[in-house]
Design a protein around this ligand. Structure first.
Ligand SMILES: [Fe+2]
Ligand SMILES: [Fe+2]
Length: 264
């Protein structure tokens, strides 16, 4: 059994998702051997239910960060399948290493809040993981996972960093925001290259991929609950805050960047 989310719930994803057949794959939680090292935080002042909720949220992010490693491993293979230039291949491999660091940071925080070591179980990799290897399809996957997924992830992490008051969470989010922003840039660079070498079929497929997301209403959120302020202190954005970042990111960053890319 693994966590799944569809393209319609991008708002709930952290970082670059691993979509297989349109659904996001990640591992389930396992023992934290080697993933959870963090100096002990003094969390005794936090109400146990809040602490449990924060632990669950960091653990969920950790699993998505862990899945991002596989997403970049696949992206590296996709780049080779389409004879992409070496600077893109270099960027993809470096990004996979960043995602290992993000997963460790998030598992460390999750473990500290949970009071027990947490890490990933096996990542389910059955199915057609590589998918079609033509340039338009790979460019579309990069639009969804990188240009959109990682741009939103970078903005979310930056906003969470701004409101966080717990130092390890603030430091973690600062690292993640900076790296995700670079990963998003890598995705935009690849799509630019793909359009340049692939011409109209790639441009049309990319345009459609952006249109699908930009024309869709933002996902609804559950009403804010009483613990949201406390959670944000620990670097956990509330659903309404995430939604606001998502809407602003789509309209103020992704839409103009997509227009510039497609009209160049
Ligand atoms: Fe990440
Ligand atoms: Fe990333």
């Amino acid at each position: 059994m693994h966590q799944e989310a569809t393209m319609n719930s991008l708002i709930s994803l952290a970082g670059r998702p691993l979509f297989v057949d349109g659904q996001s794959r990640s591992a389930v939680l396992g023992e934290g051997k080697g993933w959870e090292s963090l100096n002990q935080l003094d969390l005794t002042q936090i109400d146990p239910p809040i602490r449990k909720k924060i632990a669950e949220q960091w653990a969920r992010d950790a699993l998505f960060e862990h899945a991002s490693v596989a997403s970049f491993s696949r992206f590296s293979l996709h780049l080779m399948a389409v004879a992409a230039p070496p600077h893109l291949l270099d960027g993809s491999h470096r990004a996979a290493l960043d995602e290992i660091r993000h997963a460790k940071i998030c598992f460390a925080l999750a473990s500290a809040y949970a009071g027990e070591p947490l890490g990933p179980g096996p990542l389910p990799l059955e199915g057609d993981i590589l998918g079609p290897l033509d340039l338009p399809t790979i460019a579309v996957a990069t639009v969804r996972e990188g240009c959109i997924g990682e741009t939103i992830a970078a903005l979310e992490a930056d906003q969470a960093r701004e409101v966080a008051q717990i130092v390890p969470a603030k430091e973690a989010l600062s690292t993640i925001a900076e790296d995700e922003s670079r990963h998003a840039e890598l995705a935009w660079q690849f799509v630019r290259w793909a359009i340049d070498v692939g011409g109209k079929p790639v441009r049309d497929a990319v345009r459609q991929a952006f249109d699908e997301v930009l024309s869709r209403p933002a996902p609804p959120v559950s009403p804010a609950d009483d613990g949201d302020d406390e959670l944000e202190r620990h670097g956990r954005l509330s659903d309404p805050s995430k939604r606001a970042v998502y809407v602003a990111g789509l309209n103020e960053v992704i839409r103009p960047a997509a227009e510039a890319l497609l009209n160049a």
